[in-house]
Design a protein. Structure first.
Length: 207
């Protein structure tokens, strides 16, 4: 018997001998917190900028102009979108627009310069944007493989803290949490971006 079998055997014995009972887990989170709109958005922007994300704010009627400006300024010519994205958001884009599909292998998404998506909810306190694979957000691979992610966040979807944001999510849905561009540090604590996702995150906050 090798070491692995010994360890697994002990775990099985412990499960068999342990009394079967449901355990109550206390969840005394701070909930229901609110802030005035201006303060809530300022807090979110402060966190996003600290994480090295680029932030634009615009009205509903200016979404397409704002997104097109980002695409032009960064020379992004091939852009992927989820099938349920509001097409008016990319109406001014003159480059190649690719509508994603689950049939497209994830490695092929590397040819995209950027992706444009919506979002489900955001947490101002942590500067975190939550995606739940909704029609305007698409599958997780679409937001992780391209080098640039342009994410639209509606002002009304921004909550103060994590418990308030989590309450807006459906537990059974796949959730991706984004806090700035993908980054990590190497052994010498040098920041390295783009290791686990996009190197560039542009957040468009819509009134």
């Amino acid at each position: 018997m090798n070491s692995r079998e010994v360890v697994l055997g002990r775990i099985r014995d412990a499960i068999t001998l342990a009394p079967a009972r449901d355990a109550e887990i206390p969840r005394h989170y701070r909930t229901g917190r609110t802030l005035p709109d201006t303060e809530r958005i300022e807090l979110l922007v402060d966190r996003l900028v600290d994480y090295k994300a680029h932030v634009d704010q615009c009205s509903t009627t200016d979404i397409a102009e704002t997104i097109n400006g980002i695409l032009i300024a960064n020379d992004l010519k091939t852009v992927g979108i989820p099938v349920g994205l509001d097409r008016s958001w990319v109406a001014g884009f003159s480059g190649e627009l690719v509508v994603d599909s689950s049939e497209v292998p994830a490695p092929e998404l590397e040819r995209l310069d950027a992706v444009v998506t919506g979002s489900r909810v955001s947490c101002a306190e942590t500067g975190t944007i939550f995606l739940d694979a909704g029609p305007d957000q698409g599958r997780r691979a679409l937001t992780l493989v391209p080098d640039t992610h342009i994410c639209v966040v509606h002002r009304a979807s921004v909550e103060v803290g994590v418990p308030e944001a989590m309450a807006k999510l459906t537990p059974e849905r796949p959730t991706t949490m984004i806090s700035g561009p993908s980054a990590t540090s190497d052994i010498e604590l040098e920041r390295v971006e783009g290791v686990h996702g996009p190197r560039n995150l542009h957040v468009v906050i819509v009134d």
